[in-house]
Design a protein around this ligand. Structure first.
Ligand code: BES
Ligand code: ZN
Length: 590
């Protein structure tokens, strides 16, 4: 069956790139990567081969015997980039492309030394999901295509390169003062999981299969925060079957990393905002680990099936959490997720097609419609299926699902067929059709309860009746409890109420990003002046969109702070990753 991805020019009927051999030379002076990619096809192909590129300069395309191959680079589409068409002579097994990335490459952020923890060395990293791999290398940039690769990456001596791949030897580069790092990715990956970083990076073993990488200044803190990684890995294997990627290492990034985490196989990327000093945010690590099954093994066919990646992964993340921290912890996490879902549905409107699990995003920019819907509506739907058949049967179903589709990409309708065949009648019983293809949140959504959750939510909801938290009891609140409480408060408080909360609990001085962000959104919307400078300071220190978007929205949405939002963005825009910069520009334009 031939399938097309609306976000890729690739046509897999023309040929399938199944192996890439890469040489990348990183130039920090010009913020460019000079690359040579040998693309090997599954079978010899003839005629046009369409590849995705964005802002790539294509210097030459050759056959493996060295002869030049004719190619054309189409016009630049603002979402898709430019189609590179190579005319393959009869029975071509492979082609070689020489290219140079742009300093504006949408996947890459080049950091000056002062933007790193150590302040001495430059740094660069990639973020390829959803459709940014094409700005790093010419490829079939669709999750319908998978390839293995080998890479050699050259950087100035003194820097270390890491990739989402197995590391090989490092050796002196061909030029003086350069060093070349080798990697191999033996498992076939979709392009969005291609990842690299280079900088002053060191590492420490945390278990037989796990190691943390980061700048030396953050190594101790990172090793402490994520000490549980090996127990997470074992819990996950117990739940979902064997871990098929050999190692689970992770890299704690510089602050401008635009996401909480990214499940790059063998080397998850994590925001340093998770280093809260109390292990309260390790669920993000559990989430990225869970993608090793849901997403990286069984992969969404296109962005319109993204819920298959994220919905199952949030569900899996919370199963791991339940194993390690108990059902109360899971109920609180689900409540925080439920709030995120409600906010997303309110923002789109309950009738919006973007509140469906299966979307139809033809012509839309994936970065623009990214939301919590596939995550949290997906989580609720998977939980509903689990509840409908019972945990034992559902876990069996899930392991069978992993085995059946391991290293493949599937569409929502393939999932629906599998569900119908393996768990007959269940789809009808839970009204799967309205969950997957309907808008908003169906009435049979599972509800999580726990005593702790009820207490916190009723305490927050009773704010207007004059109920206040008891400072002595609050001493013992975890970061998660704080989040649940803050999310239960009215969205706007009086100036006196804000001042009381702040004076009693020191919220504006909070270091935990989740607590701080939840608080600042209320405080800014309530006109609590001491929060303005802190909000502006915080969005200047971090690049994680989960914090930037609500805070810029709050600052921009309020007359008193609108100019502050604009000025703060002007001051920090150059320090944001291109994806985050684009996201904030849309907020400030709205
Ligand atoms: N794969 C996503 C991040 C992503 C999604 C990047 C779409 C680009 C496009 C990752 O697994 C993720 O979901 N991260 C969350 C973690 C959270 C849900 C625990 C994040 O970054 O906040
Ligand atoms: Zn995810």
């Amino acid at each position: 069956m031939s399938r097309r991805d609306p976000h890729s020019y690739a046509d897999l009927d023309q040929g399938r790139v199944v192996f890439v051999d890469l040489d990348l030379d990183l130039d920090f002076a010009t913020s460019c990567i000079a690359g040579r990619a040998r693309l090997e096809l599954a079978e010899p192909a003839t005629g046009p081969l369409d590849l995705d590129t964005r802002d790539l300069e294509i210097r030459a395309v050759r056959a493996v015997d060295g002869g030049d191959l004719p190619f054309t680079l189409g016009p630049r589409d603002s979402i898709l980039g430019a189609k590179l068409t190579v005319d393959l002579p009869p029975a071509t097994p492979a082609l070689v492309i020489d290219f140079v990335t742009s300093p504006e490459a949408s996947a890459l952020q080049w950091l000056a030394p002062q933007q790193t923890a150590g302040g001495q060395h430059p740094y660069v990293f990639s973020q390829c999901q959803a459709i940014h791999a094409r700005s790093v290398l010419p490829c079939q940039d669709s999750p319908l295509a998978r390839f293995r690769f080998e890479a050699r990456v050259t950087v100035p001596e003194g820097l270390t390169v890491v990739m989402a791949a197995a590391p090989g030897e490092a050796r002196p580069g061909d030029a003086a003062g350069r060093r070349t790092f080798a990697f191999a990715m033996p498992q076939p990956i979709p392009s969005y999981l291609f990842a690299l970083a280079a900088g002053n990076i060191v590492s420490r073993d945390l278990g037989p299969r796990s190691r943390v990488y980061t700048e030396p200044e953050m190594l101790d803190a990172a090793a402490w925060e994520f000490a549980a990684v090996d127990s997470m890995l074992r819990a996950a294997e117990d739940l979902f079957g064997p871990y098929l990627w050999d190692r689970f290492d992770f890299l704690v990034m510089p602050p401008s990393f635009p996401y909480g985490g990214m499940e790059n196989p063998r080397l998850t990327f994590l925001t340093p905002t998770l280093l809260a000093g109390d292990r309260s945010l390790v669920n993000v690590l559990a989430h990225e680990l869970a993608h090793s099954w849901t997403g990286n093994l069984v992969t969404n066919a296109t962005i319109d099936d993204f819920w298959l990646n994220e919905g199952f992964t949030v569900w899996a993340e919370r199963r791991i959490l339940e194993r390690l921290a108990g059902p109360e912890a899971k109920a609180l996490a689900a409540a925080i997720g439920r709030k995120g879902l409600q906010d997303a549905i309110d923002q789109f409107g309950a009738e919006s097609p973007f509140t469906r699990l299966k979307t139809d995003s033809w012509g839309a920019d994936p970065d623009e419609f990214y939301s919590m819907v596939p995550y949290e509506k997906g989580f609720l739907f998977v939980t509903l299926l689990e509840d409908a058949v019972g945990r034992e049967r559902f876990d069996e179903f899930l392991r069978h699902y992993m085995k059946t589709y391991a290293f493949q990409s599937i569409t929502t309708s393939e999932f629906e067929e599998f569900l119908g065949a393996e768990l007959p009648g269940v789809a009808d019983r839970v009204r799967a059709e309205s969950w997957i293809h309907g808008e908003g949140l169906p009435g049979n959504a599972p509800v999580f309860t726990s005593d702790q959750l009820t207490d916190l939510q009723s305490l927050g909801a009773a704010w207007s009746d004059g109920r206040r938290p008891d400072p002595a009891a609050v001493q013992a609140w975890s970061a998660t409890e704080w989040q649940v409480y803050l999310q239960a408060l009215p969205r706007r408080l009086s100036a006196e109420d804000c001042a009381w909360l702040d004076a009693t609990f020191g919220l504006t001085a909070q270091e935990n990003g989740e607590i701080l962000c939840n608080w600042l959104v209320i405080a800014v919307a309530s006109g609590h002046e001491p929060a303005y400078a802190r909000a502006a300071e915080f969005v200047g220190q971090v690049g994680r969109m989960k914090y930037l978007k609500p805070l810029y929205t709050a600052l921009h949405g309020h007359a008193a702070t609108r100019q502050l939002a604009v000025d703060t963005f002007a001051a920090h825009a150059a320090g944001y990753h291109p994806i985050a910069r684009g996201g904030i520009e849309r907020i400030l334009a709205g």
